[in-house]
Design a binder for this molecule. Structure first.
Ligand code: APR
Ligand code: ZN
Length: 329
């Protein structure tokens, strides 16, 4: 795994100039700087002779099952249609709306040193993000349909909302790279606890304390500088095997997750769906990249239409929504 993600040379100097706020430990989550340029950058470096790869081509590869080992990478942008803010969208992103938490800078809410000093802001945020408050959207169910059709090799998510699980994708098909609220670990004795042991406290605005020692039950969300879950190492097998890579709703700013976008073979088609152009899709596009800029729901709906899966997906969503209604009664 490259130590540096898709960061331009100048980005490395800039990052090292960030000092203590720069990249965290080698194995832990690190911030990197991505570039975003206008759409013209998408095809600028392509040889004019080669036919530009299109969304129709990607749909054809999936529909005809020419591609059967699809790897998916997602970020917070796929959960905004479910009502969960992403992190960096100007104005609406979480990092623009943390004033109430009285923290020194936005990412501090996911930093161990700050957490050990004051865990309240994180738990207040956790209460807001409580998985039971939100539901999967069409994007999560599109991935579920990919799985049901035996085409999903693995879904790598940076999201901590758990909506991939709620949509019915088996945990064996998921890599929750930045952790999950489904369990917690004591900050002192390192005991592990299931979610039912701590959510009641969180919902009552209490910091959940370990029943055995003086530690805090910290949900298994990966903080900056912490090692990623061991399951993240599955990428060593999955990405070389992938015959199609879908990347949706992410700014590709956080390493080592962002670098996975470069880990598939050079001839493997990559479909990037996002509001803005970021990462290597901006400054080092590949000949079989397809970039769909704009609203993630519209782009996924268009892809589903091209696949001829619209009705099937609607039926799936209806069935699953009925189940969730039953659960929430
Ligand atoms: N349609 C299309 N794109 C969207 C939409 C939408 N409805 N909503 C958001 N986006 C895009 C944003 O424009 C942005 O490029 O999704 C991307 C989300 O980027 P971030 O907010 O940076 O989220 P993410 O990439 O998941 O962040 C990675 O940073 O701080 C950490 O733990 C955090 O896991 C997270 C990591
Ligand atoms: Zn303990």
């Amino acid at each position: 795994m490259a130590q540096w993600g898709p960061v331009a040379r100048w980005g490395r100097r800039a990052l090292s100039a960030l000092g203590p706020w720069g990249p965290g430990s080698i194995t832990g989550r690190r911030r990197s700087i991505s570039l975003s340029v206008g759409a013209s950058g998408i095809f600028g470096s392509r040889g004019n002779s080669e036919k530009k790869f299109s969304l129709q081509d990607v749909a054809e590869l999936i529909r005809t099952r020419a591609c059967q080992r699809v790897v998916v990478m997602v970020g917070a942008g796929i959960s905004t249609p479910s009502g969960i803010p992403d992190f960096r969208s100007p104005g609406s992103g979480l990092y623009s709306n943390l004033q109430q938490y009285n923290i020194p800078y936005p990412e501090a809410i996911f930093e161990l040193e700050f957490f050990s000093h004051n865990p309240k802001p994180f738990f207040t945020l956790a209460k807001e993000l409580y998985p039971g408050n939100y539901r999967p959207n069409i994007i999560h169910y599109f991935f579920r349909l990919l799985h049901d059709k035996g085409l999903l090799l693995r879904l790598y998510t940076q999201n901590i909302d758990g909506l991939e699980r709620v949509s019915g994708i088996p945990v064996s098909k998921l890599v929750e790279a930045h952790g999950t609220f489904a369990s917690a670990t004591c900050t002192v004795c390192r005991r592990s606890f299931p979610e039912e042991d701590f959510w009641a406290d969180v919902m009552m605005d209490r910091v959940p304390c370990c029943p055995v020692c003086v530690g805090i039950m910290k949900p298994d969300i990966v903080f900056f500088g912490e090692p990623l879950p061991e399951r993240f190492l599955l990428h060593v097998l999955d990405f070389p095997m992938a015959d199609l890579l879908l990347i949706l709703g992410t700014s590709l700013k956080v390493e080592p997750f962002a670098s996975l976008s470069e880990a598939v073979g050079g001839s493997v088609p990559r479909l990037f769906i996002n509001r803005d152009l970021v990462g290597s899709f901006a400054w080092r596009p590949r000949s079989r990249d397809v970039v769909q800029l704009g609203d993630v729901v519209h782009s996924v709906q268009r892809l589903v239409e091209l696949l001829g899966w619209t009705e099937e997906l609607q039926d799936l969503i209806q069935r699953e929504t009925g189940k969730l209604d039953g659960r929430d009664k």
